[in-house]
Ligand binder design. Structure first.
Ligand SMILES: CC(C)(COP(=O)(O)OP(=O)(O)OC[C@H]1O[C@@H](n2cnc3c(N)ncnc32)[C@H](O)[C@@H]1OP(=O)(O)O)[C@@H](O)C(=O)NCCC(=O)NCCS
Length: 136
């Protein structure tokens, strides 16, 4: 298998979906999902996707941009979907979307999206090629 096929297979394998409820304790004084909670969930989903992609130790190096298009009300269900967007030499960029749905309607739609970049570290704690010697 050549490198681009390997990347495509690993990208498919890495797709990560996490479903949660927006219950009290996760909301702000507007009774909508607290932005910091959303960011932590997004970083975690992105980290899982990136780890599944390369199976190497990773650190977050940046979050380019997060768009909060819509407030997420308390009492809704959300689904985070993390997908590998770009594979560099030692870094991986992951797109994360949060979809919101009312508990009593089939109306799931996107509310928040952002990207997170991770760097793979070798045993010396220095950046190392993301796929290195990996084969499938
Ligand atoms: C991540 C870290 C090891 C990178 O070290 P560095 O010396 O900047 O590494 P390099 O310059 O060789 O860059 C390594 C890769 O990261 C990318 N990168 C570096 N800074 C970046 C940034 N701000 N945004 C996006 N990508 C970045 C580079 O483009 C390169 O990618 P490539 O190999 O795919 O082309 C270092 O910055 C670090 O340890 N940061 C702290 C990480 C951390 O504690 N995160 C929070 C907890 S997980």
């Amino acid at each position: 298998m050549n490198y681009s096929d390997l990347v495509a297979v690993r990208m498919e394998h890495a797709v990560t979906r996490v479903t949660k409820t927006v219950f009290p304790g996760r909301t702000n004084h507007h009774n909508t999902l607290f932005g910091g909670e959303a960011l932590a969930w997004m970083d975690e989903a992105a980290f899982i996707a990136a780890t599944r992609f390369c199976r190497k130790p990773l650190v977050t190096v940046s979050s380019d941009r997060v768009d909060f298009k819509e407030a997420i009300p308390a009492g809704t269900i959300i689904e985070l979907v993390a997908k590998i967007e770009h594979v560099g030499r030692t870094s991986i960029r992951v797109q994360v979307d949060i979809f919101v749905e009312n508990m009593y309607n089939d109306d799931q739609h996107k509310a928040i999206s952002g990207t997170f970049t991770f760097v793979a570290l070798g045993p010396d704690r220095k950046p190392t090629p993301v796929l290195g010697d990996m084969t499938v």
